[in-house]
Design a binder for this molecule. Structure first.
Ligand SMILES: Nc1nc2c(c(=O)[nH]1)N[C@H]1C(S)=C(S)[C@@H](COP(=O)(O)OP(=O)(O)OC[C@H]3O[C@@H](n4cnc5c(=O)[nH]c(N)nc54)[C@H](O)[C@@H]3O)O[C@H]1N2
Ligand SMILES: Nc1nc2c(c(=O)[nH]1)N[C@H]1C(S)=C(S)[C@@H](COP(=O)(O)OP(=O)(O)OC[C@H]3O[C@@H](n4cnc5c(=O)[nH]c(N)nc54)[C@H](O)[C@@H]3O)O[C@H]1N2
Ligand code: SF4
Ligand SMILES: [Mo]
Length: 705
């Protein structure tokens, strides 16, 4: 018997918690938290540990599948699958050009150091320019916002949690999500420690979230209005204690334009629209400005509003004009194994390209326009490659997208599962899971609470015929007679695919060969504030742009939307709700993640709103708006701000019979209620509008309409 213990790390979400696997005779026996890990220190959540269940799941795709003339999937060999796909891609490109080919890259590809570069490299070889990703349903506004203000999309100063006196968190629920754009294992332990030190922690959220509990309190904002709260706070600071004059004069530009904008939104004007008394808005502003060291963070709850980029701009401003940017205990740069700020350098104003849908940000088209772009009469997409994504369920508006995907000449899905999107495919190709591939914790770069870099070997050999994405696209390139890393054999390719990472490591004096020998990787010590303006900021004049000129139309739109919201009758507004038992759509097939009471998606509603509508707990209700209708059971939830309802996303597996566990308790797809198409995304960033969506709710048995 041959038993080994292997140090690895999780690749489900950003903290990348250290794990230890035991493997006997080549088969995975146990997967446990790594108690000796210098950064993650024995923390790992049930999702990370359930990677074992995903690995062993009998419903995984284990062989390439091709849809036959009978409409059913049939197993085929890799060579045959890739040869057929290559032939069809070639045919489409010969006929319609590379513009007829596109790809959607899903969220897990970000946690897979070699996958994204492999797909993008292949698309570049084909000359493909139009691509999509889950980024426009998640955080595209953050890249746009930092690019506009700091001159680079890859600079996101994080709260220095260890030293802050005051922490303000917008639209994020650390206890459940483990955060985003702040890679931190066991965030609640760190927040509890900050609180014990005497720090004040406040969450801005329409829900009294589970994170608040004993660490802080929640200011229950009306959804999709954070921009105005931030503006009012800045205005209050400007009028009373003033901006940090020396910092602003030395490092800022366009400060007057910032002042002019925020002046439009004094606390008294915005109070009823954001749903927070003016007094409380002023108190927040003064607390933040008066704290010796204050830090701010925001996440998907704000990203998914209609003004995520400008909200992120004002979040940066709050930090900057109070002198908290690049200060210990404020927002600081996390320096990992590679200083990546320069890599994302681009002039915001140069990032847009004019097309049939107006000026769109280059590089990543809006997911909410996917159906329109696929069916664009002048330049339709005929072939789509989906890697590590489930756009049918994760993007707004399922039915329209289903029709567009079903009309493709070629849909290839590379995934662990035959998910709802894969059911529409011509080919489904089996990918390796995180235990079956070499990897590096690239995703946290520049966002880590405690920077460290770790390489992991594969824990076990891939089961069945699962393959890594880099191999799949390298083989596809060969089949299309394009240069490929596999041209000189598998062994050389295995080394070649890591060259880019080795080069990045080299910039800070490290080498992959050394890293491979370190079971816990290399750690980089405490954050060192002080170099932001000199080393990281990428604007041409090395100043923070306090009001980018390219924002002008967005600032006009802000006033327009404000007027609409102020005038609108207070109907119900829908928000999303992540819970511990799901991970977007992809843990839906893990039995152990499905406690009985969680196996159906529910509508969360405040008891007062339910009373008003004479609805009772457990009753089937119909939630509807101009975009769609769903029916689901009602769950009374007094953590919600009255007037706000919530539904967890990631459900709707009725169309995925091969995922038997998910299919048996499919839930509903809340994204049927979200707006899609032109006007449903933020023009500055292409980020989809997914929170604060007007809906009506009534008993499902009641009259329809
Ligand atoms: N268990 C679990 N963990 C996950 C995931 C998962 O699906 N399940 N997904 C992972 C992924 S891909 C990501 S990106 C991260 C996301 O991590 P988070 O951003 O922390 O995600 P959520 O937990 O959805 O928190 C968003 C919060 O925003 C609030 N909110 C909604 N609308 C508004 C608004 O208009 N304004 C404000 N201020 N708040 C609002 C919601 O009530 C919610 O509490 O989580 C990751 N971790
Ligand atoms: N209403 C609403 N909608 C949302 C959200 C919300 O809060 N509310 N959240 C949004 C967010 S934050 C995100 S990130 C998106 C996610 O959007 P997507 O990325 O499109 O969807 P996921 O459900 O994460 O699906 C990921 C797929 O990748 C597969 N997979 C996992 N690991 C691997 C791998 O290593 N290789 C390959 N090839 N496949 C793999 C899984 O089996 C799964 O099918 O959803 C968004 N949609
Ligand atoms: S918190 Fe995220 S990275 Fe850590 S074990 Fe859980 S899923 Fe994995
Ligand atoms: Mo996400």
């Amino acid at each position: 018997m041959n038993e080994r213990r292997i140090h690895t790390f999780c690749r489900v979400c950003e903290p990348a918690c250290g794990l230890v696997a035991t493997v006997r005779d080549g088969a995975l026996q146990t997967l446990e938290p790594d108690r000796d890990h210098p950064v993650t220190r024995g923390f790992a959540c049930h999702k990370g540990l359930a990677a074992k269940d995903v690995h062993l799941d009998p419903d995984r795709v284990d062989r390439p599948l091709e849809r036959g003339a009978d409409g059913a999937f049939h197993p085929v060999g890799w060579d045959q699958a890739l040869r057929t796909i290559a032939g069809r891609l070639r045919g489409i490109i010969d006929r319609a050009g590379p513009d007829a080919v596109s790809a959607y890259i899903g969220n897990p590809a970000g946690f897979n150091a070699l996958a994204g570069p492999a797909v993008r490299g292949f698309l570049r070889q084909l000359g493909v320019e139009r691509t999509f990703s889950s980024g426009t349903q998640d955080c595209a506004n953050k890249f746009a916002g930092s690019e506009a203000v700091f001159g680079t999309s890859t600079l996101h100063p994080i709260p220095d949690l260890e030293h802050t006196d005051y922490l303000l968190i917008f639209g994020e629920n650390p206890a459940v999500s483990h955060m985003s754009f702040l890679a931190i294992p066991d965030p609640m332990a760190v927040l509890r420690a900050a609180k014990a030190r005497g720090a004040t922690i406040r969450f801005v959220n329409p829900r009294r979230i589970e994170s608040a509990g004993s660490v802080g309190d929640v200011i229950q904002i009306r959804p999709d209005t954070d921009l105005y709260l931030l503006a009012a706070m800045l205005d209050e600071i400007d009028r009373t204690v003033g901006f940090a004059a020396a910092v602003v004069a030395e490092h800022g530009r366009n400060v007057e334009a910032l002042r002019t904008f925020v002046r439009r939104y004094p606390a008294d004007r915005v109070a009823s629209t954001v749903g927070i008394p003016a007094e409380e808005i002023r108190r927040l502003a003064h607390e933040f400005a008066a704290a010796p060291r204050a830090a701010a963070h925001m996440s998907t709850g704000v990203n998914m509003g209609r003004q995520g980029t400008t909200a992120y701009w004002l979040l940066h401003m709050l930090s900057f004009v109070t002198g908290n940017l690049d200060r210990r205990g404020g927002n600081v740069v996390s320096e990992g194994f590679y200083r990546n700020a320069k890599a994302g350098r681009r002039r915001f104003a140069d990032s847009f390209e004019q097309g049939p849908h107006g000026a769109l940000r280059r590089g990543n088209l809006p997911g909410n326009l996917m159906a329109e772009i696929i069916r664009d009469p002048a330049r339709p997409i005929r072939a789509l490659i989906v890697v590590a994504g489930n756009p049918l369920l994760s993007i707004d508006g399922e039915e329209k997208l289903r029709r567009a995907l079903a009309g493709l000449e070629l849909l290839v899905v590379v995934d662990l599962y035959r998910n709802a999107t894969a059911e529409l495919a011509h080919f489904v190709l089996p990918a390796t899971d995180m235990l079956e591939r070499e990897d590096l914790n690239l995703v946290g770069l520049g966002l880590q609470h405690r920077p460290w870099v770790q390489w992991t070997d594969r824990v076990v050999l891939p089961r069945g015929e699962r393959r890594e994405e880099w191999w799949i696209f390298a083989r596809l390139a060969q089949e299309m007679d394009l240069p490929s890393v596999l041209d000189h054999g598998a062994e050389e390719a295995q080394a070649k695919v890591w060259e880019r990472i080795d080069h990045m490591l080299g910039t800070r004096g490290h080498h992959l060969a050394d890293l491979r020998r370190e079971p816990h990787g290399i750690t980089f010590g405490e954050h060192q504030p002080g170099g932001f303006y000199q080393r990281h900021l990428q604007t041409e004049d090395r100043r923070v742009d306090c009001c980018p000129a390219a924002f002008a139309p967005a600032l006009e739109r802000a006033e327009l939307l404000f007027g609409e919201m102020a005038a609108r009758p207070q109907g119900l507004l829908l928000i999303s709700k992540r819970d511990r038992h799901m991970h977007n759509s992809w843990y839906a097939n893990v039995e152990r993640m499905k406690p009985r009471h969680h196996d159906r998606t529910c509508l969360h509603m405040h008891p007062d709103d339910a009373d008003e509508r004479r609805l009772a707990a457990g009753e089937l209700v119909r939630v509807a708006n101009e975009h769609g209708t769903i029916e689901l059971p009602l769950l009374l939830d007094d953590t919600l701000r009255p007037g706000v309802v919530a539904v967890p996303h990631g459900g709707g597996h009725r169309g995925a019979p091969a995922m038997r566990v998910a299919h048996a308790a499919p839930g509903v797809n809340v994204n049927r209620l979200l707006p899609t198409g032109p006007g449903s995304f933020e023009p500055l960033s292409s980020q989809a509008h997914m929170t604060g969506i007007p809906v009506s709710v009534e008993a499902a048995a009641g009259p329809s309409g």
